[in-house]
Structures are given as structure tokens and as C-alpha cells.
Design a protein around this ligand. Structure first.
Ligand code: 5GP
Length: 187
């Protein structure tokens, strides 16, 4: 599955609202030879999200078809929606020797690590968990129920962070991106 010259999978997880998206944008600018895998999801696009850029927004039926035809490297259910990593595009990037960032939840992360032993698991932690929950509760992108589910989810994800290779505290987005860049560069 992993040949000597293939790229590395870089798993980036962290609770909803911690700033993973901004960190990834910085990493894509700072590092050569790195790409972001675009996941498929059954959740609806948020304001400003574009199909093929943020996610492939697909129907539940199409998602289930892709599960049946073995189209995902991993997939998980998160707050009643499916999210999955398309297999072909990731494998093509790896074969080309590119490093691939997967921005996925903890369930997906452990599934990938089981298959790809060299995958780097990096967890982005908020400096203050209470502030994160406050921020999530105050943001206008989800319904109240959805936000509460995300807070509960975040608590569980933080508990599992100790199983990651690296935990990076995001007290400054630039510093966190720089630390992750160093980790990727030395591997
Ligand atoms: P959001 O709805 O906030 O975009 O994402 C919810 C959660 O799903 C986040 O933790 C995100 O990292 C995770 N996620 C996004 N894409 C995938 C994927 O392809 N697989 C898995 N397992 N999780 C994903």
C-alpha cells in the first residue's frame, strides 16, 4: 500500500471551530509538494462553501453507492451526515510522490492509521476549551441542536487527542502552522 517513494498522508484533526481550515491554507502556501484531499459529504453547504473546493456535496444515495463500490479510503458519520475521503484521488497523489493533507475527524483518522502506518496524525487543540465551546455556541452557521452536538463531539475528540502523534495548541494560527510545517518537513 505504501511504497518507498510515495508521499505521506498527513491527518489533521481537531474540534469544530479550532481553526484547521486557516492552518491548512497557510500550510499549502508554505510547503511545496503538498495537496489537500477534498472530501465528499452529505451535509449541505454552508454560506460561501463551494462544491469541488470545500467538499464534494453529494446526496446520501450517491454516498452509499460510493461506499458499495469501495470508492472511499475511509468514511465516517458525523452528526447525522456522512463524510468520506475519495480513494482514487488520494492514491494518485501519493503515487506521484505528493504529501496529502486529510482534514478528517478522529474516527476516520484511526481508520487511516490502521491502513497507512506512516501516516502522520496531528491534532489541533484550542488553547482554552471553554472559549471554543463559547465560540461554537455563538457562531451563526449551524442550528442550536447542531451546535450542541458539535460541542459534545468536540469534548470526545479532545479526549482521544492523546492517541495522536502530535498535539499542537493553536494559541496563534501562524505559530501553529509553523510548528506543523516543521513536523511535516522533518518526516
Ligand atoms: P464540517 O461539517 O465542520 O465541515 O466537518 C465536520 C467534521 O467532519 C470535521 O471534524 C471534519 O474534520 C470531518 N471530516 C471532513 N471530511 C471528512 C472525511 O472525509 N472523513 C472523515 N472521517 N471526517 C471528515
Amino acid at each position: 500500500m505504501e511504497s518507498k517513494n510515495s508521499g505521506t498522508l498527513i491527518i489533521l484533526s481537531g474540534p469544530s471551530g479550532v481553526g484547521k481550515g486557516t492552518i491548512i491554507k497557510k500550510l499549502l502556501k508554505k510547503l511545496d509538494n503538498i495537496v489537500l484531499s477534498i472530501s465528499a459529504t452529505t451535509r449541505l453547504p454552508r454560506r460561501g462553501e463551494k462544491n469541488g473546493i470545500h467538499y464534494y456535496f453529494i446526496s446520501r444515495d450517491k454516498f452509499i453507492d460510493m461506499i458499495k463500490t469501495n470508492g472511499f479510503l475511509e468514511y465516517a458519520e458525523y452528526n447525522s451526515n456522512y463524510y468520506g475521503t475519495p480513494k482514487d484521488s488520494v492514491n494518485n497523489f501519493l503515487r506521484e510522490g505528493k504529501n496529502v493533507i486529510l482534514e478528517i475527524d478522529v474516527q476516520g483518522a484511526f481508520k487511516i492509521k490502521n491502513k497507512y502506518k506512516n501516516a502522520l496524525m496531528i491534532f489541533v487543540m484550542p488553547p482554552c476549551v471553554e472559549d471554543l465551546y463559547k465560540r461554537l455556541r455563538n457562531r451563526n452557521t449551524e442550528s442550536g441542536k447542531e451546535i450542541e452536538e458539535r460541542v459534545i463531539r468536540a469534548q470526545r475528540e479532545i479526549e482521544l487527542s492523546e492517541k495522536y502523534d502530535y498535539v499542537i495548541i493553536n494559541d496563534s494560527l501562524s505559530k501553529a502552522a509553523e510548528e506543523i510545517k516543521k513536523i511535516i518537513s522533518k518526516n
